[in-house]
Design a protein around this ligand. Structure first.
Ligand code: G
Ligand code: G
Ligand code: MN
Ligand code: NA
Length: 254
């Protein structure tokens, strides 16, 4: 209850901000997009990780107004980058299943896009594998409606949930993001390497883009390139950055 009150106050007092982690072409290191990541600078307490407060925001329903703030903020920042010459920079936003399944979600997204003039084709919504698969029937029409507007969908934390091959075949998504847990072990554990290779091949065969998350070394990049992976994210490439820091990186990048 305390934290719920804190979250409400945080929205009113502008205690939330976004950082942006680049999504990179691992072969040529070009930045193709950025993932918006929520941060809470709580009065008197300092930074609190979303890993801590997002679950509570989900339970209390506060994720709805917070998620809407995140989406609007990311689109406003995105259009500003686009207007500064970074025309097709992709912006990814994490979406809780609670938001996705909220009755007016599609209309809310549409209204933020028209309000900010951010192009739907440059927006990607990240949904997590586990929660989406558990709510497949309800999620399907929503994902289809979003994609019909040109919005891209990616499956976050791929490999940690339970995607039956039946679902994968009909899943209306563009991108699979291989969970960091597997990337961590690719050089240490042959089986982790084999799983990653299998996800990359399967993903490509099913016409998904595949992104490796949580890349922390040059050696992991070499392995991933060898296995045919094209896209990656991780501290070895870029840590999440403030918008102004990122602008400098992006300008070097064009
Ligand atoms: O950025 P960091 O590693 O601290 O994120 C921790 C977790 O919080 C990750 O699972 C990430 O997906 C999630 N997260 C970060 N920002 C958002 C957000 O804006 N909305 C939701 N729903 N989850 C977020
Ligand atoms: O669940 P999701 O994939 O959205 O979580 C993304 C979070 O993972 C980001 O908040 C970011 O802070 C974190 N992250 C991104 N790259 C790395 C990495 O290379 N190492 C570690 N430890 N965390 C990372
Ligand atoms: Mn994510
Ligand atoms: Na992830």
């Amino acid at each position: 209850l305390n934290l719920e009150h804190g979250l409400r106050k945080a929205l009113m007092n502008n205690e939330f901000f976004l950082v942006y982690q680049p999504l990179v072409h691992i072969g040529n290191k070009k930045i193709l997009g950025v993932e918006a990541l929520l941060r809470w600078n709580k009065e008197d307490e300092g930074l609190i990780s979303p890993a801590e407060f997002v679950p509570i925001a989900e339970e209390t329903g506060m994720i709805l107004p917070i998620g809407e703030w995140v989406l609007r903020e990311a689109c406003m920042q995105g259009i500003s980058w686009h207007k500064n010459g970074l025309n097709d920079l992709l912006i990814s936003v994490n979406i809780s299943v609670r938001q996705l399944l909220e009755e007016t979600f599609v209309e809310r997204v549409e209204s933020i896009l028209s309000e900010t003039e951010f192009p739907p084709t440059s927006l990607e919504l990240e949904i997590t594998e586990s929660t989406t698969m558990q709510n497949m029937e309800e999620s399907l029409p929503i994902l289809n409606a979003l994609r019909a507007k040109g919005i891209r969908i990616s499956v976050d934390d791929f490999g940690t949930g339970y995607s039956s091959l039946t679902y994968l075949r009909q899943l209306p998504v563009d991108t699979l993001k291989i969970d960091k847990m597997f990337i961590d072990d690719i050089l240490l554990d042959q089986k982790a390497g084999a799983i990653v290779k299998t996800i990359i091949d399967m993903g490509h065969n099913l016409d998904f883009h595949v992104i490796a998350e949580g890349i922390e070394s040059r050696e992991q990049i070499d392995f991933l390139i060898e296995q045919g992976c094209i896209y990656g994210q991780g501290y070895h490439l870029y840590k999440p950055l403030h918008a102004d820091e990122l602008k400098k990186q992006l300008q070097k990048n064009v």
